[in-house]
Ligand binder design. Structure first.
Ligand code: FE2
Ligand code: FE2
Length: 174
């Protein structure tokens, strides 16, 4: 595979991921507003604003014809990935976000590792590193708020990881 094909595929997955990330926090906000949970609302507002910035940056790099054709399903899946755990409370949300952001951190790291030996892609690597640094902050912020993980939550977190991996491998293709 040529490096440009690799970049197209990876950026398509990054774009779809950031679309999904924005929706995750929208889903959390919807439930947090409904439950009048100020702490959760503040958490989702702060993280969600950063995801909007990521999306704007990645949108500049991925022209519309190169974007995933499955953005509507990704939006729905993202929204549910935020809203469903929010129905179970803050701890479930924080554990979910920790799992999602752990995955995203590794996802960006693997792209950075591939591209950093190409000086021509220096600016792209900078963008990826900037997004990654924010995701790491999100991961730690969520992780520091997790109080307990029961076996059901552990299983849910595993499903989130597998779902993220599956979504990325689909996005690389369509
Ligand atoms: Fe992001
Ligand atoms: Fe994030």
């Amino acid at each position: 595979m040529s490096i440009s094909t690799y970049i197209d595929q990876e950026l398509r997955s990054d774009h779809a991921g950031e679309v999904g990330a924005v929706e995750i926090y929208q889903g959390i906000k919807a439930v947090a507003s409904w439950r009048r949970d100020a702490e959760l609302l503040e958490f989702a507002n702060a993280h969600g604003a950063v995801e909007q910035q990521h999306l704007r940056m990645i949108e500049c790099l991925v022209p519309v014809p190169q974007r995933s054709r499955l953005l509507i399903p990704w939006r729905i899946a993202g929204w549910l990935t935020g809203a469903v755990p929010a129905l179970f409370g803050r701890n479930t949300v924080y554990a979910t976000i920790q799992a999602v952001e752990t995955f995203v951190d590794q996802h960006y790291q693997q792209q950075i590792d591939q591209l950093k030996s190409y000086p021509i892609h220096h600016d792209l690597v900078k963008v990826l590193q900037q997004c990654q640094a924010d995701e790491v902050h999100h991961k730690h912020d969520a992780g520091s708020r997790v109080r307990s993980i029961n076996p059901v939550l552990k299983l849910w977190v595993k499903m989130i990881d597998l779902g993220s991996r599956g979504a990325v491998s689909i996005c690389r293709r369509i």
